[in-house]
Design a protein around this ligand. Sequence first.
Ligand SMILES: [Cu+2]
Length: 512
Amino acid sequence: MKHMEMAPTGKVGNDLCMHAMGDTTRMPGLVDPAKLAAFVDPLPIPTVLRPEPGKLLTVRMAASQQKLHRDLPPTELWTYNGSYPGPTIEARSGQAFDVSWDNGLPTKHFLPVDHNICGAEADKPLVRAITHLHGAKVPRKDDGYPEDWYVPGKSRRHHYPNAQDAATLWYHDHAMGINRLNMYAGLMGLYLLRDEHELSLGLPSGDFELPLVIADRWLRDDGRLYYPDSGDATAPWVPEVFGNLTLVNGAILPRADVQPRRYRLRVVNAANGRFYHLRFKDGRPFQVIGSDQGLLAAPATMRAIFLAPGERADIVVDFAPLRGGTVELMNDALPLMRFAVGQGAVQDDSRVPDVLRDLPRVTEASASKTREMTLDEYSDCVATPMLMLLNGKRWHDPVTETIKIGSTEMWNLVNLTEDTHPVHLHLVRFQILDRRPYDVDEYMEKKTIRYVGLAQLPPPHERGWKDVVQSYPGMVTRIVATFDGYAGRYAWHCHLAEHEANEMMRPFEVVA
Ligand SMILES: [Cu+2]
C-alpha cells in the first residue's frame, strides 16, 4: 500500500494524544477525577505468593467487587484470586514450578466485544482467557499463546522453568481478540523473579520494596467500569483507550506511608494505551536500576522516565531528605499518588552499588541475520476505521519469520506510522542497538532506507535487557535478540492493546 492510503488518524499513544484527550475530560455519567478526595486511600499491596519448587500453584480468574476509591461504590472487575492487581508471584531463578490458571469467569462479557476483530468472531465463545507471563522464557505450550484460550469452567497448567535472570515480570490475559477487554477488566498481576546475585546487592527489600502497577480507567458514576466504544454497536473497537482515572495497585490517588529511607519501586505500565511520564513533583532524582529484563549494568540517575504500556522500571528513591514531608509521584503535571514520609529516625542499611551486574552490550556483528520489519497503519473505512499491521501482514497470514533456534538476529523496526508503538517479543530478551531517523516517503516509494540523521544510542536506562521497545515514528529502531531456549510458534506485537487486537500482532516460528 502507498503512503497516501495511510490513515490521517489521530495521534495514538503519545504525549499529543494524552493531552488532546485530557485527563480532566468530563463526560456525562462518568466519574470526574477532580471531585475525588486525593491521597485518602492507602496504597494497596497485592498478596504475595511464593510457590515451592516443584509444587503446583492454583490461581483462579473470577469476577469480583473492589473499591477503587473511598468515596466510590465497588467496581466489578475480573481478577486473579479476587483482587486487582492479582497476587504478586515471587519466584527464584532456577526453581521451576507449575501454575494452574483456572478460568472461573462469567460466560458473558461485560465489556464491548467486537466480532469483527480477528479471533473474536461471532462463532467464538464471548468469554475466553489465557494467561501470558510477560517476559518469561518458557516452552511454547506454557507461553500463553493468544490462540491457546479456554472458556469458563476450564483450566490450563503452565510450567515456569524460571531459567533466567532476576526481573520484574508480569502476567496478564492474552486471549485472541479480547485481551484488551480482559486486561482492562483487571486480569493482570506482578511476577517478581529473584536470583542470588540480585539478593546479594543489598538493595532495599521487604517492606521497603513496593510494587506500583499503573493503569488508567474510566468509571461510571455508579462505579462500573466504562470501556469506550466507537458508537457503532456492530463494530465497537476503538484504536485507543485513555481513561481519566489512574489506578496505582488498584487505587485512585492512593497514599503510601513510608519511612525516611531508600525504597525500591517495581513499576509496571499496565495501561492499555497510555504512556506515563513519571517523575516526582519536587523534581527529586531517583536511580533506575533495572528495566524490563532485570538489572542494568549500573544505576542511571534520572528525574523523569517515560514508560510505554508493557514496560517496567526498577527504581530506587531516597525519602530520607523528606523526613516528615510528602511528595507526589506525577504523570507530567498530574499526581498519581503521594508518599507521606514519617518523622521517626530509621537506620537504612540498604545500598545501591555502582556496578549492578556484568552486562555486555550486544553488537551488530553478533547478528547472523537482519530483518526489516515495518510498522504500518492503514485506513480501511469498510470494516474498521483503522488497521495497524506488522510487515503489512495480518495475524493469519503465513509465518514469515522462521528463526533457527539459538541464532542471533537483528530486527530493524521501520516505523511508517505517526506514532510510537511499544513492540514486544515473546520468548526472548533483546538489546536496543540504536534509533536513527530515515526518509519515510522515500521508503514508501522505493522500499529502501535512506537515513537522514545520526544513529542515536539508547539512553542509559534502556541499555539493559529489554522485552518491549518504543519504536518511534520516523525512526528505524534496531534491536538484537538471541532466539534460544525453545522451538515453536510465538508472538510479537504492539503492546498498545487496541493495536494488538487489530492486527498489530504476528507469529514467529523458532525451529530446531
Ligand atoms: Cu501500536
